[in-house]
Design a protein around this ligand. Structure first.
Ligand SMILES: [Cu+2]
Length: 272
């Protein structure tokens, strides 16, 4: 009953993946990823049921009977059976590969012209955001410097305008980090000197948790941020706030991890 009843919930329909509370899609990619995920599970379950069924059937039908000491029929060099052993798994992997490759190509496609480009820089143990189009930046502070670890009020927040194509350029100042927004169903490594780029269209306003997903030192677990998907007006207002706070330009990637903020560290965009 419980299994059947929970099957109707939004969580179950998303394959128990994180997302918006109302069950709506969070980005233009979440539906595709969810379908790949649940489809793969259903395919695996079907294969599992057939395999378990055959095992149980063989155990029951061909069990050793009392007073029967003869060996069962021994099969050797049974070519049709051996061909099946090869072809079936190749076929199954081929189907998984086809859908995975199709969706990965779509998710990794960065050929469109973005509406907004943001450079996200990971550092021990916080985040900097350079909003390249608006020529402003925001900088997060190492959690132990801003009071209570994990307090969402004090975490740096990446603002993104809803329904606009965002290009995110990922890099790191010191060691390898990983940009992970569970609700986006997306994670990508941030490697010093080797930027990773992806595009996404957030489609659902809200605040989502983001975290570093690559163990990067002592306070890795506190390397958190928020993603605020907001209307264009709110986005522009936030850009204005940053400008008024004097946070113009882009943060130089040579900043050390003590993250001194202030105008000294800002250099004109294009060089950051
Ligand atoms: Cu990290």
């Amino acid at each position: 009953m419980a299994l059947v009843a929970t099957g109707c919930s939004a969580e179950a329909q998303r394959g128990f993946l994180p997302g918006a509370e109302d069950g709506e899609e969070v980005t233009n990619m979440t539906e595709r990823i969810t379908t790949l995920w649940t489809g793969s599970w259903i395919a695996a379950l079907v294969v599992g049921l057939i395999t378990w069924g055959l095992i149980l059937w063989c155990v029951a039908v061909y069990r050793k009977r009392r007073d029967d000491d003869t060996l069962p029929v021994q099969l050797r060099y049974h070519v049709p059976l051996e061909i099946m052993y090869v072809i079936l798994p190749v076929l199954m992997i081929g189907v998984l590969y086809f859908y995975t490759e199709r969706d990965t190509a779509a998710i990794d496609d960065i050929s469109a012209t973005p509406d907004v480009t943001v450079e996200v820089v990971g550092k021990q143990w916080s985040w900097d955001f350079n909003y390249l189009d608006d020529d402003v930046y925001d900088t997060g502070q190492h959690v132990i410097d801003v009071g209570e670890p994990g307090n969402p009020e004090q975490l740096p927040t990446l603002y993104l305008p809803v329904d606009e194509r965002v290009e995110i350029q990922l890099s790191a100042r010191d060691v390898v980090h990983s940009f992970w927004v569970p609700a986006f169903l997306y994670k990508r490594d941030m490697i010093p000197g080797r930027p990773n780029v992806f595009q996404v269209v957030p489609t659902h306003e809200g605040v989502y948790a983001g975290k570093c997903a690559e163990f990067c030192g002592e306070f890795h677990s506190g390397m958190l941020f928020n993603v605020a998907v907001v209307s264009r007006e709110e986005y522009d207002a936030h850009m204005e706030e940053l400008r008024e706070a004097g946070q113009t330009g882009a943060l130089d990637s040579s900043l050390d991890r003590t993250q001194n903020r202030g105008d000294d560290n800002a250099i004109p965009s294009g060089e950051g």
